[in-house]
Design a protein around this ligand. Structure first.
Ligand code: DX5
Ligand code: ZN
Length: 221
């Protein structure tokens, strides 16, 4: 397994977004993570298709769109047209996961499901064949720079087991409070893709921080 680092632009300086993305790319980022929030599913509002399009124009990296919204299917077409490579919807906001994952794949995108900290893994156990990515939230979604929930690695370990037992090749991603202090436990638990906002953008040298996070997993940078 390789370590994939996905900087979340939620913590970027939007007055120089292009430079921030170029910096991530120069630091070896694998994906760019874009947090879409609607002020309903989560108590915060961010951005939508326009920002996806702006980021798309700045980079050829894969755009990992995390949809913290109710009725996510309303936005699939627009987000794909804007340049998304992966769409991740929340199980708590999407009762018809099978239909919606199928639709995301039809649009040529990676189909992902995110689970809040309180949501059990059984929310996805019946639809593993439709799943390209499973996102385990390691904070409650809505804001950057929150405190990592310390028992999250246990859930990641069980998620890895679930995917392996189902012979699923889905990406296992974690999001929230990922830092030099937490990434190793998550990697050892079986996560392969790490979203990080605050840890990267508040670092003295954000470029180097991407390599430092990867290095904590014991993988050469
Ligand atoms: C939280 C978002 C995250 C957030 C992570 O709701 O889904 O992607 O940007 O931020 P950090 O890494 O600062 O915890
Ligand atoms: Zn996110």
């Amino acid at each position: 397994m390789t370590v994939r680092i996905a900087p979340s632009i939620l913590s970027a300086d939007f007055s120089k977004l292009g430079d921030e993305i170029a910096m991530c790319e120069a630091g070896g980022a694998d994906w760019i993570h874009i947090d879409v929030m609607d002020g309903r599913f989560v108590p915060n509002l961010t951005y939508g298709a326009k920002v996806i399009e702006t980021v798309r124009a700045c980079t050829s990296l894969s755009l990992d769109v995390h949809m913290m919204v109710v009725e996510p299917e309303q936005y699939f077409d627009d987000f794909v047209a804007a340049g998304a490579d992966g769409l991740t919807i929340h199980a708590e906001a999407a009762p018809h996961l099978h239909r919606q994952l199928t639709r995301i794949r039809e649009l040529g995108c990676r189909a992902g499901v995110a689970l809040n900290p309180a949501t059990p893994l059984t929310a996805v156990s019946e639809i593993l064949p439709e799943l390209d990515l499973l996102l385990i939230m390691t904070v409650n979604p809505g804001f950057g720079a929150q405190e990592f929930i310390p028992y999250s690695p246990g859930k990641v370990r069980r998620a890895r087991q679930l995917l392996d037992e189902g012979a699923s090749g889905a990406v296992l991603e974690v999001d929230g409070g990922v830092s030099r202090a937490t990434i190793k436990d998550l990697w050892e638990a079986g996560a392969d893709t790490f979203v990080a906002g605050n840890a990267i953008f508040s670092a003295a040298d954000p470029r180097a921080e991407i390599g430092a996070l990867r290095g904590r997993c014991g993988v050469l940078v």
